[in-house]
Design a protein around this ligand. Structure first.
Ligand code: MSP
Length: 507
């Protein structure tokens, strides 16, 4: 089965922060899990480089938009590598191949009568690159997101007949109740549509950093239309000589945060209808990462640098923390103290200790070879149906709930060590078979949770599976008892060593 997952393409007017990393990691978890199922996966991320926000930031920094884009696109690529994202392509909207597809689709829209010329007058926020309606703006004509005073703009533009798609959009929502998840976002988007749609500027005048309108090069394609099309254009040129749209279109899931819901849940499906392209299976809208109760964002200045966080805690710990601390779909606060707590209490003490104790006991009592036995019934019961539940969760993009389900079993295994007291059994020769059961159950349980946890903590899970002598990652093996004993255990070392918080920089 083909599976196509995307993140938003990030603006290059700033450097990556933890908010961007959040979506990329979540998408990576989906991609890795689907590969474990044996599906054919395409995972796309990238950068949104055109338009006013970037042009203005470049001007402030005294460089050209292209220079700023080059520099920051590199940072976004680097952070994706550093968090171990397995994206199959990194799209940049300044790629000439992307620009060509934007021009092609714009022409298609024009030729099929979805585009007309008109006069635009309205409130425009250059930071959002978005026109705001009267009922969206705050008192004093301010942007509801950036709080800056907006300009009243008037210009001749090309328009996309968004209003013509109100009914078809309502029908899409009626036919596919799961196409926007979670449900509250579906309701929000639907009521926006039902409130009536205005036509949308397809182009802007006087902005040169973008894709020229093919039939009127004085005008530039509106950056959001340019940006949304990345999801389609990437498949057209990611593999030279191949058109991946044949295999991967339509997308399985677009991951976004709620800030860009309207663009993805209203404008995007209308554009696809007009271009006669198939709709994505679903959008999943996650919440905001907050710091001190405010959305982490560059304009508020309350951002954490992902590189610094990974220097201290490591990549897996960051991946784990982000998807564990905040229920995926909801807003939630993160903090350096929160990182430390979960790192020590969960990764080091629950998962890491379980691994080192199990390996040490197999070494001590069975010369490092996992005995052959049947799994203990009380643990088998708790693992029953786990892999199937995780699959269902991932199908619904519940990446935190799936992690919680597996973590429950890590805890169950820890309780099992305490309750079964293998060190006492080891003293009693008559309890050898019982000890075999305990040691096999622990090694096998660790193997199963590690296969399932792999998408969240890939490096650690792989190291542990290698030490268990069982490196198969396929999801079919994620059943307790699927693989017998007999493996000789290897070295592991500390999975999650003590964290040395970075020394404060001298004042
Ligand atoms: N360029 C547009 C998207 C175009 S997609 C066709 C854009 N870029 S952005 O750089 O502002 O990125 C917004 C996205 O970054 C959010 O939708 C979300 O995926 C992620 N996040 C940025 N800050 C975040 C938080 N504080 N919390 C959660 N996600 C965050 O919008």
């Amino acid at each position: 089965m083909p599976y196509y997952v995307t993140t938003p393409i990030y603006y290059v007017n700033g450097e990556p922060h933890l908010g961007h990393v959040y979506t990329t990691v979540a998408a990576d978890v989906l991609a890795r899990h689907m590969r474990q199922r044996g599906d054919e996966v395409f995972f796309l991320t990238g950068t949104d480089e055109h338009g006013e926000p970037v042009a203005q930031a470049a001007e402030r920094e005294g460089v050209t938009p292209r220079e700023l884009a080059e520099r920051n696109a590199e940072r976004f690529k680097e952070v994706a590598r550093r968090v171990n994202a397995t994206n199959d392509f990194f799209i940049r909207t300044s790629d000439p191949e992307h620009e060509a597809v934007v021009a092609e689709i714009a022409t298609r829209l024009k030729e099929s009568g979805h585009v007309y010329q008109g006069l635009y007058e309205g409130w425009y926020c250059p930071r959002c690159a978005d026109f705001k309606t009267e009922n969206e703006i705050l008192e004093g004509n301010r942007c509801p997101i950036h709080l800056i005073e907006l300009d009243r703009e008037q210009e001749e533009n090309w328009f996309f007949r968004l209003s013509a798609f109100q009914e078809p959009l309502e029908q899409l929502y009626a036919e596919r109740p799961d196409w926007v998840l979670p449900r509250n976002r579906y309701n929000e988007a639907l009521s926006f549509i039902q409130g009536g749609l205005n036509d949308l500027s397809l182009s802007r005048h006087g902005l040169t950093w973008g894709v020229p309108v093919p039939w009127d090069p004085e005008q530039t394609i509106y950056v959001w239309i340019d940006a949304l099309l990345n999801y389609y254009s990437a498949l057209r040129y990611a593999r030279p000589g191949e058109d991946l749209t044949e295999r991967f279109w339509p997308p399985t899931v677009h991951l976004i945060a709620k800030d860009i819901l309207k663009f993805h849940a209203v404008i995007w499906p209308a554009l696809l209808m007009a271009a006669e392209l198939e709709q994505p299976d679903k959008l999943f809208i996650h919440g905001y990462l907050l710091m001190d109760d405010h959305k982490m964002s560059k304009s508020l200045g309350n951002v954490l640098d992902p590189f610094e966080v990974m220097d201290v805690y490591g990549t897996d710990a960051l991946r784990y923390y982000l998807l564990r601390e905040v229920g995926f779909g909801q807003d939630g606060s993160i903090s350096p103290e929160g990182f430390e707590t979960r790192y020590v209490a969960e990764l080091a003490n629950e998962y890491g200790n379980l691994a080192s104790r199990t390996l040490a006991m197999v070494a001590k009592y069975r010369d490092g070879v996992v005995p052959n036995a049947d799994p203990a019934p009380e643990i088998a019961m708790q693992f029953d149906g786990l892999a199937a539940t995780v699959r269902q969760r991932i199908d619904r993009v519940e990446v935190s709930a799936a992690l919680e389900d597996v973590w429950e079993r890590v805890r169950a295994l820890n309780r099992y060590v305490t309750d079964s007291e293998p060190w006492t059994l080891a003293k009693d020769e008559g309890a050898a078979v019982e000890l075999d059961v305990v040691l096999y159950t622990l090694a096998e349980g660790l193997r199963v949770v590690s296969v399932l946890l792999h998408p969240w903590v890939p490096d650690s899970a792989e190291r542990l599976l290698a030490a268990l002598g069982r490196e198969d990652l396929s999801l079919e093996t994620a059943e307790l008892g699927a693989i017998g004993g007999g493996a000789t255990l290897g070295e592991l070392g500390q999975l999650f060593p003590r964290v040395e918080p970075k020394a404060e920089a001298p004042a």
